[in-house]
Design a binder for this molecule. Structure first.
Ligand code: B4P
Length: 196
């Protein structure tokens, strides 16, 4: 099994690169953002609760996203590995993910962290907001709140994996293909090593 976290601030390209990475490596894509948006579009009780947080640019409570990831892991017992996109986003989520994977006798092999300037993040998200219909993308105040939330609660998640020497920083600016090549170079190197 090869388990990878694609990490970075909102708009750093996690979703964009995940699509290409799962096609190349046949990993199961677990995006908490996508799972939450699917709950919202189906108007489930979980989705109605999550929307209130997401529309303000805040993180959804830990227990909600941890429950979703737990279910998704159970539903995919034969996966060749998982690509976690947008999860974990808090120290508690990171600890809980370690426990969930430990129970499955596996672990996170690597965290690839996309590095993008704040100016570029805001530019990308506002651009996506013009067409995506995502209510968290079309307001600069909400975008800045998401970035602030990232610095306050999410950046520490990298420290958690840094302790285990599992973080690799990757320049997240340039064309989508250039960034993809940087990511695949790291993955190809790391797949030859047993990190768990
Ligand atoms: P997410 O869905 O995870 O989304 P994101 O952080 O906004 O975007 P991402 O980094 O995936 O950017 P993308 O590739 O799409 O989160 C949304 C919300 O859900 C959160 O704010 C939170 O409320 C909630 N949530 C999710 N997970 C949670 C968790 N674990 N705990 C609590 N709450 C949680 O790229 C953005 C744009 O840039 C796109 O338009 C793309 O086309 C463009 N782009 C990408 N690469 C580019 C490049 N190289 N050059 C130019 N543009 C590029």
């Amino acid at each position: 099994m090869f388990n990878l976290i694609l990490f970075g601030p909102p708009g750093s390209g996690k979703g964009t690169q995940s699509e290409k990475l799962i096609a190349k490596y046949h990993l199961k894509h677990l995006s908490t953002g996508d799972l939450l948006r699917s709950e919202i579009s189906r108007k489930t009780p979980l989705g109605i609760e999550a929307k209130m947080f997401m529309d303000k640019g805040n993180l959804v409570p830990d227990e909600v996203v941890i429950g979703m990831i737990n279910d998704a892991l159970d539903q995919n017992p034969n996966a060749a590995g998982f690509l976690f996109d947008g999860f974990p986003r808090t120290a508690i989520q990171a600890e809980e993910l370690d426990h969930l994977l430990e129970r499955k006798k596996t672990c996170i092999d690597v965290m690839l962290a996309l590095v993008v300037s704040e100016e570029e993040l805001i530019k990308r998200l506002l651009k996506r907001g013009e067409t995506s219909g995502r209510t968290d993308d079309n307001n600069e105040i909400v975008i800045r709140a998401r970035i602030a939330e990232y610095h306050k609660k999410t950046a520490v998640v990298a420290d958690h994996y840094e302790k285990a020497n599992k973080v690799v920083m990757v320049k997240g600016e340039g064309t989508v293909d250039e960034i993809f090549s940087r990511l695949t170079a790291e993955i190809d190197r790391l797949m030859k090593i047993d990190n768990c």
